[in-house]
Design a protein around this ligand. Structure first.
Ligand code: BG6
Length: 478
């Protein structure tokens, strides 16, 4: 179903994210018929480009980042015709007037800030002062949303002078991932899980977001951030919230966000022994983290593992183990909900484990599996084996014959529809920083050094120990 016609002004249109994700996602929605013919994309950045230059940039980006299957030369041309460009300079009033004249009054107006957070405030002000944004306009902001509570608050306050909370869409692209949304469907549209979804039946939850890429190319940003700010404060926190939250009474933006907020507020402070930070060493093929970051003395973590407790009735004794890192053994993001063993076993213990687990695979191979213990088929007596009930979304549901839409496709269309469900609210972001800040301050005060780890592994040994000492283990990565 097509969304209503819109004008989307993309600030940072010549940047990496625009080329890799935003423009290709818009194109794919156009190809799918969801972005209507009347919609327009206005690229805005500091460089002096003509419309034609920008259209070339869009073509190149699509060539590079859209799969061959989805690259249809005619559709690309029709899409590119819908793109135009304006060079903007915060201090030059004339360009803002020109931008105003480029935007139509009778369509939805959306402004996408894919730029450094330091200019969110000035851009929002210009849009307001020049009467470009109106009450129904939407503002999309990219991460990082602040670097701590104080900066996040300032950003929220700045944006609030020009836009209302109901107009602001803070992106956490993990929320747009198909499996993440499915997690909510599984939890709240099936009667099966809810009675078991608590500390009585769930032993622990583990969330892994492992990447094989390093930080080369974005080392200067990453070195001031580290895995805690770059991944845990936002993406892993969101995943944890969706697993841990109470069922909202409606699938509606604020009700969902209220429940996520309650989880964040119930997170325990993390003692130092429950934190393992790591930094990748050089390998034969790749430089070390310190070389990538061009900071030989860097104490920033490219890997982190945490044991997180939630102080509420549902989760009091169920730990959540989180880990994420760069240059790890493979690219894999998944959540494992590990149930407890049966209270008493009537079978021999030599067989498989009696503990069920629900695995939610975010990438690659999006899907879920539920491990069950069954009898091994055959005449060998009552031997038990673990068997997954496996569902691969690409096979089962892939809407384009197996190609699952990118998170950005879903999220941008949600903005146009005015649906904030999959976006973070201001108080949620601030609460997440309130929990993260003391953890970071703690290791900074103690002068903790990250553990060096070899590339292509599961991270430092100490991270494995974090679970071993509790008699548990991470899912294998290697
Ligand atoms: C970004 C982080 O938000 O998410 C990156 O800044 C990370 O460091 C990326 O690589 C991971 O996203 P995805 O969708 O590739 O898993």
């Amino acid at each position: 179903i097509p969304v209503d016609p819109f004008d989307l002004v993309l600030f940072g249109a010549t940047g990496d994210l625009a080329r890799r994700k935003i423009l290709p996602s818009l194109y794919r929605r156009f190809l799918a018929g969801q972005m209507p013919e009347e919609a327009r994309v206005i690229g805005a950045a500091r460089s002096e480009l003509s419309d034609d230059d920008f259209r070339d940039l869009v073509r190149e980006a699509l060539k590079e980042f859209v799969s061959e299957k989805a690259f249809d030369a005619d559709t690309v041309e029709t899409f590119v015709e819908r793109c135009s460009y304006i060079a903007v300079d915060a201090k030059d009033d004339a360009c803002w007037q020109q931008l105003k004249s480029m935007i139509r009054d009778d369509v939805i107006k959306a402004f996408y800030f894919s730029v450094a957070p330091s200019i969110f405030g000035p851009l929002a002000e210009r849009l307001r002062d020049h009467g470009i944004a109106c009450e129904n306009s939407r503002l999309i902001v990219e991460k990082p949303f602040g670097t701590d509570l104080e900066t996040a608050r300032k950003l929220n306050d700045k944006l609030a002078t020009s836009f209302g909370e109901s107009q602001i869409y803070r992106i956490d692209h993990f929320l747009g991932k198909e499996t993440v949304q499915n997690l909510m469907a599984v939890r709240f549209a099936n009667v099966l899980f809810e009675p078991l979804w608590n500390e009585r039946f769930i032993d622990h939850v583990q969330i892994t977001v492992a990447e094989t890429v390093g930080v080369g190319g974005r080392g200067s940003y990453y070195d001031t951030s580290g895995a805690m700010r770059d991944m845990v404060q936002n993406h892993l926190m969101q995943l944890l919230c969706l697993i841990a939250m109470e069922p909202p009474n409606q699938f509606e933006a604020d009700r969902l966000r209220d429940e996520k907020l309650k989880v964040i507020r119930a997170l325990d402070p993390i003692p130092p022994e429950d934190i393992v930070r790591g930094q990748y060493k050089a390998s034969k093929e790749n430089p070390s983290y310190a070389e990538d970051a061009e900071n030989p003395d860097s104490l920033t973590e490219s890997f982190i593992a945490l044991k997180v407790g939630i102080s509420n009735w549902r989760w009091k004794h169920t730990p959540f183990y989180l880990r994420t890192g760069k240059r790890m053994a493979r690219r894999m993001s998944e959540i494992v909900v590990q149930f407890k063993e049966t209270p008493h076993s009537i079978f021999d213990r030599d067989g498989a484990s009696r503990a069920n687990s629900l695995t939610i695979r975010l990438q690659p191979d999006e899907g879920m599996d539920l491990s069950l213990t069954i009898k091994e088929p055959g005449p060998g007596g009552m031997r038990l084996v673990n068997m997954p009930l496996d569902m691969s979304f690409a096979d089962a549901l892939g809407p384009r014959g197996g190609e699952i839409p990118d998170a950005y496709e879903r999220l941008i269309m949600d903005v146009i529809r005015g649906d904030q469900t999959l976006f973070m609210r201001g108080d949620e972001v601030e609460a997440a920083w309130s929990w993260t800040d003391p953890v970071i301050a703690g290791w900074e005060e103690r002068g903790d050094k990250p553990h060096p780890y070899s590339q292509g592994t599961s991270g430092p040994e100490a991270a494995l120990m974090l679970m071993h000492r509790d008699g548990r283990r991470w899912r294998d990565l290697e």
